[in-house]
Design a protein around this ligand. Structure first.
Ligand SMILES: N[C@@H](CCC(=O)N[C@@H](CS)C(=O)NCC(=O)O)C(=O)O
Length: 230
C-alpha cells in the first residue's frame, strides 16, 4: 500500500504549511513518494481517523502517524536503508533541538510579520476560524499583531544570527549536504514564501543563499510550489 500525506491547503490549493513542508522534503530525501490529500482549515473532519486535528498526517500501510517530528522519526526508523535524515542518534538529538527552536523562536518571531498575508491565504470560508484561533493565540487582533512591521524586522533578522553564522561556514545546516535539520528550518521560510511577498531576508544574507539552494533540491520541489515569487 502506498504512502498518503494529509496536508494543509489554503485558497487556490496553496500548500503553505511549514510542518507539511518538513514532511514533504523528508519524503523526497528518502526517495519516497506519497499521494497527497488536501485539508483546508474547514475540512478537519478528514483527519478524524488520526485521533487529532493537525496536519501533517502520514498514512503508511496500517500505520497512522501525526506530527512532523514523529513522521520524520517514523521514516528514519522504517526506511533505514534509504538516505538518513539525521545521520545517527546524535544527529537526531540535535535535530530535535532545531525542531524546538524553529517552533518556539523562529516561527513565533516570523508570524507577526506575515499574519495578515497568511490570513489572506486561508480559504475565504476559513478566515473567521483563522482570525478567532490566531487572535486567541496572539492575545490581540491580527491587525494589532501586524502593526509596526518595519520596526520589528531588524529584531527578527537579529534573531536569525545563530543560523546565519552556521550558513556562513557551511552550505547547509547539516553540513555539506542537507538533512532533516535543514528541512525543519526551510519549512518555516517556505511558509513565508508561499504566503507573503514581504522581504524577510536581505539579498546578501547567507540565509538567502541557503534558501535558494533549498529551493533547488529534489529537482526544484519547493521552487515549483505555487505561491508568491521570491
Ligand atoms: N507540532 C505539529 C504542529 C502541526 C500544526 O500545527 N499544523 C497546522 C498547520 S500549519 C494545523 O494543522 N493547524 C490546524 C489549525 O490551526 O486548526 C507538527 O510538527 O506537525
Amino acid at each position: 500500500m502506498g504512502l498518503k500525506l494529509y496536508e494543509l491547503a489554503g485558497v487556490a490549493d496553496n500548500r503553505f504549511s511549514p510542518y507539511c513542508w518538513r514532511t514533504r522534503l523528508a519524503l523526497a530525501h528518502k526517495g519516497l513518494s506519497a499521494k497527497t490529500v488536501p485539508v483546508t482549515f474547514g475540512q478537519k473532519y478528514k483527519l478524524t481517523f488520526s485521533g487529532q486535528d493537525r496536519v501533517p498526517v502520514l498514512v503508511d500501510g496500517d500505520l497512522v502517524v501525526s506530527d512532523s517530528w514523529e513522521i520524520a522519526c517514523h521514516l528514519e526508523d522504517t526506511y533505514p536503508d534509504r538516505p538518513s535524515l539525521f545521520g545517527g542518534d546524535i544527529g537526531r538529538g540535535q535535530a530535535l533541538f532545531v525542531n524546538t527552536w524553529a517552533d518556539t523562536v523562529l516561527t513565533p518571531g516570523m508570524f507577526p510579520l506575515l499574519v495578515l498575508d497568511v490570513f489572506a491565504c486561508a480559504d475565504k470560508a476559513d478566515q473567521p476560524y483563522f482570525r478567532q484561533s490566531r487572535e486567541k493565540r496572539l492575545g490581540m487582533s491580527l491587525e494589532a499583531a501586524a502593526a509596526g512591521q518595519e520596526d520589528r524586522l531588524p529584531g527578527f533578522r537579529g534573531s536569525l544570527e545563530p543560523l546565519r553564522m552556521v550558513l556562513d561556514r557551511q552550505p547547509f545546516v547539516a553540513g555539506d549536504r542537507p538533512a532533516y535539520a535543514d528541512y525543519i528550518l526551510f519549512g518555516v521560510f517556505q511558509w513565508a514564501r508561499l504566503t507573503s511577498s514581504y522581504a524577510l531576508l536581505a539579498d546578501d544574507d547567507p540565509i538567502f543563499g541557503w534558501r535558494t539552494r533549498m529551493l533547488d533540491l529534489f529537482d526544484g520541489l519547493a521552487a515549483k510550489a505555487k505561491g508568491f515569487p521570491l
